[in-house]
Design a protein around this ligand. Sequence first.
Ligand code: PMP
Length: 428
Amino acid sequence: MFYQRSSALFKEAQVVIPGGVNSPVRAFKAVGGTPIFAKSAKGAYIYDEDDNRFIDYINSWGPMLLGHAFSPVVEAVIDRTREGTSFGMPTALETEIAQLAVSMVPNIDKIRFVNSGTEACMSAIRLARGFTNKDKIIKFAGCYHGHSDSFLIAAGSGAVTFGTPNSPGVTQGTAKDTLLARFNNIDNVKELVAANVNEIAAIIVEPVAGNMGCIPPVAGFLEGLRSICDTNNILLIFDEVMTGFRLAKGGVQELKNVNADIVCFGKVIGGGLPVGAFAARNEIMNHLAPLGPVYQAGTLSGNPLAMAAGLAMLKAIEKDKGLMNRLEEKTKYLHNGIADALNKNNVVHTINRIGSMISVHFSDKEVVDFDSAAKGNNDTFKKFFHGMLNRGIYIAPSAFESWFITDALTYQDLNETIAAVEEIAKEL
Ligand code: PMP
C-alpha cells in the first residue's frame, strides 16, 4: 500500500484545518501514521486518494448498515435535490419519516429530528431536566454522547459524586451536574442516586456501549436502571445513536425488552446524511417548544435531503425481514474466524460481539466497563491496526471503538479479513 497522496493531502489540510481533520479520531493519533483520505466508496469498500481499496469495518462510524452509496438512498437524495435543498418550512417528508420511525421503535409517540447525535443527546437531557424540574444527570464512564458540555466529563476511576471536565472549556458549573457511574454496575448507580435524592433528572446510557469498544449490558443491568428510574422519578435515556435501527429494527428497547423514557438516534436514521433525532411518549415530547416550554430548534432540522436519505434507509430496513439475522450471522462468522486465528497464534484477546457490532480487545480479562476496556494492550492494537490497513482492511483507528458490520460484506470479504488476521497474528 502506498499513501503518498493521502500524506500530501494531510499536510495541506493541517495548514487550514486544526489537526487536518474535522473530527479528532480521524487523525490516527492513537495509532500513529497518516490518515487515509477517502475518495469514494461503494458497498463494503472504500477507495482512498491513492486508489487503494479497503474492506470497510467503520462504515462512517455506523450509518452504512446497507453499504456505501446504497442505491435507494442515492436516488432519493438526487431526486429531492432537484426540488430544492432547504426551505425552513415543514415538509410532508418529515411526517412520513416520523410516522415510519414511530412505527418501528417501541414506546415512542413523537420524534423530533435534529442534525447530529450530539444535538439529539444534548436536547434529550434538556427535555429531561425541563420535564422533571431537576438538574443532575448520571452518565457512565466510557460512554460517549457527543461533544456537548454536559457529556465531556472524564472517566474517573471510582466514580464520585461530582464529575470533572476532561476538556478545557467545560465549566465546573456544568461538570458538577454530571455524575459518573461505572457501566454494568447497578450498585454504583444506586449509591449515586442515594447520595443525590430528588436531584437527578435523567440517567443516560448507551444500552449497548460502543464507545469503549463494544460492551453489551450484563444481565439485569438495563432492567436495574429501569427500576431505579421508576422508583426515583428519574427519566431513563437510551442513547441509541449507534444501536438504533442496527441491533434490531426497534433498537435495544426491542432487543432487550426494556423501555426507555427518551431515545436518541443518529447515524443509521440519516442514511449517511447529517441527521439525529430524539423521541419519547407524548407526555414528555409535549414539553418541547412550540407545545411546551423546553426550547429546541434548528434551521436545517428536518432538511429535505437528510429526510429523503433517512426515509429510504428506514424503508429498506423495515421491509427486509432477514436483515438482522444476516448481519448477525456475518458478524458471528467474523468473530469465530478472528478468534481462531488469534488463538492459533497464542495472541491474548477478548472479543465482544452483539448483533452487527464487534470489537477485539487485546486483553485476557472480560471487558465489561471502561476500566477493563482500558486494560487492553495498546501496542498490540497499533500493530494489529496497521497490519490490517496494509492488507486493505479498514478498522477504527482506536481500540476504544466498535466495528460496524454492513450487509454489503460478502463471505469472501470476511474470509479475506480473517486471512489478514492470521498473517498479522503470527507477528504479534
Ligand atoms: N452518541 C453515541 C452513542 C455516539 O456513538 C455518537 C457518535 N459516535 C454520538 C452520540 C454523537 O453523534 P454525532 O457524532 O453525530 O454528534
